[in-house]
Design a protein around this ligand. Sequence first.
Ligand code: SAM
Length: 284
Amino acid sequence: MIHAPKNAGLSPGLYIVATPIGNLSDLSPRAAQVLAQADLIAVEDSRVTAGLLRHIGTKRPMLSYHDHNADRVRPGLVEKMGTQAIALVSDAGTPLISDPGYKLVRDARAAGHIVFTIPGPCAAIAALTLAGLPTDRFFFLGFLPAKEKARADAIAEVAAVRATLILYESGPRLGATLAALAQGLGDREAAVAREITKTFEECVGGTLRTLAARYADAPPRGEIVIVVGPPGEAPPPAEADVDALLSDALIRLSTGQAASEVAKATGLPRRDLYARAMAIKGEA
Ligand code: SAM
């Protein structure tokens, strides 16, 4: 048990406090201190946060702040920030990340209150550090829509993004989601990180198809993050496609302009495209 130091006095404002995603020892000393000293803690589920407060040997006033009451509760919370230290936590991890909070931060800032962040655990970032996939560019998708068509559309939207993708998912939907990802993105390298920082933590790597097959009839228990590697290098466009682009451009543009436009679109050398455009004009 951590014993947080007693009130040294927090400035009024909003404190965004990240909390553990499984292992209570991941609560930072600064997070514990802010929670112990906050005048009021806005929480998703008071039973969950009461457990965390017990762990640090404190009790603080709590107010529910979740998707269903946020619009009603927010103005009162923002008003209190003028004179009180208000902390925001979610059940686990970093508030605002697939959790409520961004509108509270927006309104707090608009009202001129100071917003402090106490960074810490986040399942998306923790999974990225486990997956062994490129980390230089990543794109967080949160939860995909549950309905098949909307899910396929959401996947198609990011198919060309040249970055590692990070998604949250639940055990029962894991197999179907992996299959939909394989269908929409191709058979990329991926990883399924499960129960991070908990007793049964694991991170299973493979291609999307092998992972989809593995989990198809064996939905795993616990909390899950899917990490998908970026697409491979795009293959060069087929000759016929390049000719079609050039022919179309030649209707509207001079030979030089057509070559430039198609060079920009395909990444092919302008000089080669100019020569091909001249040949097409000769054939016409
Ligand atoms: N705000 C949280 C954060 O910073 O990670 C995420 C909240 S979101 C409502 C909950 C989802 O995060 C879970 O359904 C799961 O996909 C993922 N998650 C949370 N804890 C996890 C853990 N220990 N291991 C794997 N995934 C986790």
